[in-house]
Ligand binder design. Structure first.
Ligand code: SF4
Ligand code: SF4
Length: 259
């Protein structure tokens, strides 16, 4: 029996269609996940912004509260070397006089001078740390987050010298034995690597707010898109007097202290 050209094209067309649409015909054989009742494969919706920023209201912080620090350091495997000289810190408390030294004057109130407030990387819009890094280990995302690629860091500490806020810490020793409980969902670092706050970019990708914001029951930390005129952070900043740190340096910090 001979197959004419038209019959041949018909057979070839059906075969090609079958090859192009295997999931519709045989999903399991095609290596597809077969969705079982009760299983949800919907990816978590990430939080996105044009410019992430944080507003801090220190008047809401209760004396001695460490909730934000404990939460941040646990989530990010921050070691505790038990030695203030080699301390690694992502978020920590400082008195007003240290945070805003230029605002100190002879007649400013003692209560204000002593008021402690949480400080961290300011995710500066014009970050000097990024400019000096020779390897690209520290870089800025389009949404403003200043990131660290731990694998690229050669431990030269130029970024530490360039940051006017002391927001970066060096691991002078292997940090792993000094982590109380390792969170397997976040990388640990090695000796000779610099680290700092990352605005919880790994949590934002899963649709979660930063750990410090979630942990603060007093709502002293508000995180959001400062570029969005309807966002809570933007309305707070517009309504209340606020101070970013050392603005005269031109770094454009994205932490706004409500005072
Ligand atoms: S606070 Fe320091 S580490 Fe953070 S972005 Fe600004 S200069 Fe860089
Ligand atoms: S210590 Fe690491 S992140 Fe900092 S400037 Fe050097 S290579 Fe870059």
């Amino acid at each position: 029996m001979t197959t004419n050209r038209r019959d041949f094209l018909k057979i070839a067309g059906v075969s090609a269609l079958t090859l192009m649409t295997p999931p519709l015909i045989l999903p399991a054989l095609a290596g597809e996940n077969v969705r079982l009742p009760g299983q949800d494969f919907t990816p978590a919706k990430s939080l996105t912004a044009k410019r992430w920023a944080m507003a801090v209201d220190p008047s809401k912080c209760s004396e001695g509260c460490m909730d934000c620090i404990t939460a941040c350091h646990a989530v990010h495997n921050v070691p505790d070397f038990r030695n203030p000289k080699d301390e690694v810190k992502w978020i920590w408390p400082e008195p007003f006089a240290a945070v805003f030294p230029e605002s100190k004057h002879a007649y400013s109130g003692q209560a204000l001078q002593k008021m402690r407030m949480p400080v961290m990387c300011n995710h500066c819009a014009n970050p000097p740390c990024v400019r000096v890094c020779p390897t690209g280990a520290t870089f800025q995302r389009p949404d403003g987050i200043v990131m660290m690629d731990y694998h690229r860091c050669i431990g030269c500490r130029l970024c530490m010298a360039a940051c006017p806020y002391g927001a970066r810490s060096m691991n002078y020793r292997d940090p792993r034995p000094f982590i109380a409980k390792i969170n397997p969902n976040f990388p640990t670092r090695t000796k000779g690597v610099v680290e700092k706050c990352n605005f919880c970019e790994e949590r934002l990708a899963k649709g979660q707010l930063p750990a410090c914001v979630e942990a603060c029951k007093q709502k002293a930390l508000v995180f959001g898109d400062v570029d969005d005129p309807r966002s809570e952070i933007r309305l707070l900043i517009e309504k209340h007097f606020n101070l970013p740190r050392r603005t005269h340096l031109g770094t454009a910090p994205q932490l706004y202290y409500l005072l």
